[in-house]
Design a protein around this ligand. Structure first.
Ligand SMILES: NC(=O)c1ccc[n+]([C@@H]2O[C@H](COP(=O)([O-])OP(=O)(O)OC[C@H]3O[C@@H](n4cnc5c(N)ncnc54)[C@H](OP(=O)(O)O)[C@@H]3O)[C@@H](O)[C@H]2O)c1
Length: 256
């Protein structure tokens, strides 16, 4: 796949799935705008991309802050003059009971939904001009209820519907919008949600043995599908929510 002369914005590029997406797009010759709050980590990812493509633009931005989101588009346009692909990857998980109140809900929904909605809105005129596309990083949990993960599951269910509505709205203008729905992926997500090392290892090993393929995906596995959806090879794919979960969401209930 070749993204030569294509400009790709990746949010949450400082870690995990976003960092792997950055590396794969760099290897496919894309010009990159890498977004996150941790500039040190962003610089490390940008340096590893430099071996394969021109120097990435690093943009320090908090997706929960309107000015910051506006700057993502403004700085990308000022630097590269165009925008072809938007990867809405940044996201957080919070483990919290519904009874714990509205605060966690607000934080999760603002990061996982409000930010991507606003960024997509602001990027859209440029994506229309470039006949580009959007890939949203949703989750297998968009359609699987999990206790203590209510805000996260709700936010990802909304990301799926956002994907489909945007695909319907912008398809006639030449812009495709898709999502990927990873199952568990070994990244910092669950540790940032509060799991200690031991609980984090148990979380992933339990899910590994429960999945039909007996493993969980890594960030690169997700990035490969993101790259495919963003490429011309997927020119007839829009509004899709693409499971990457080693079969975890379709495992049978053992009745025998
Ligand atoms: N890991 C999994 O099991 C899994 C499964 C399904 C879906 N996902 C989804 O995959 C996406 C990436 O997560 P990951 O697993 O790679 O986790 P991660 O390693 O914790 O990465 C999360 C990224 O989001 C960024 N981010 C968080 N809040 C932000 C904010 N307010 N503004 C800007 N950037 C922000 C972080 O950057 P900074 O800290 O630099 O701001 C970081 O780069 C998320 O949308 C997540 O929901 C993950």
């Amino acid at each position: 796949m070749d993204f030569n002369n294509k400009v790709v914005v990746i949010t949450g590029a400082s870690s995990g799935i976003g960092a792997e997406c950055a590396l794969l797009f760099a290897k496919a010759s894309a010009k990159l705008a890498l977004v996150g709050r941790n500039v040190g980590n962003l610089m490390k990812v940008a340096n590893s991309c430099k071996d394969f493509t021109s120097e990435p633009l690093v943009i320090a931005a908090d997706l929960c802050v309107q000015d910051d989101v506006e700057q993502i588009v403004n700085k990308t346009l000022a630097h590269f003059g165009r925008l072809d692909v938007l990867v809405n990857n940044a996201g957080i998980m919070v483990l919290r009971s519904i009874e714990a109140g509205i605060d966690a809900f607000e934080e999760v929904v603002r990061t996982n939904l409000w930010g991507p909605f606003l960024l997509t809105d602001l990027a859209m005129p440029h994506l229309i001009q470039a006949k580009g596309n959007v890939v949203n990083i949703s989750s297998m949990l968009s359609s699987m209820p999990v206790s203590m993960m209510t805000a996260y599951c709700m936010s990802k269910a909304a990301v799926d519907m956002f994907t489909k509505c945007a695909a319907v709205e912008f398809g006639p203008k030449g812009v495709r919008v898709n999502a990927v729905n990873p199952g568990p992926v070994k990244t910092a997500l669950m540790k940032n949600a509060g799991l200690n090392e031991e609980a984090n290892d148990l979380f992933y090993s339990t899910l590994e043995s429960a999945s039909p393929l007996g493993k969980v995906a890594c960030g690169k596995d997700v990035a490969e599908v993101v790259l495919f959806l963003a490429s011309d090879k997927a020119s007839c794919v829009t509004g899709s929510c693409y499971q990457i979960d080693c079969g975890a969401s379709i495992r049978e209930l053992s009745m025998l």
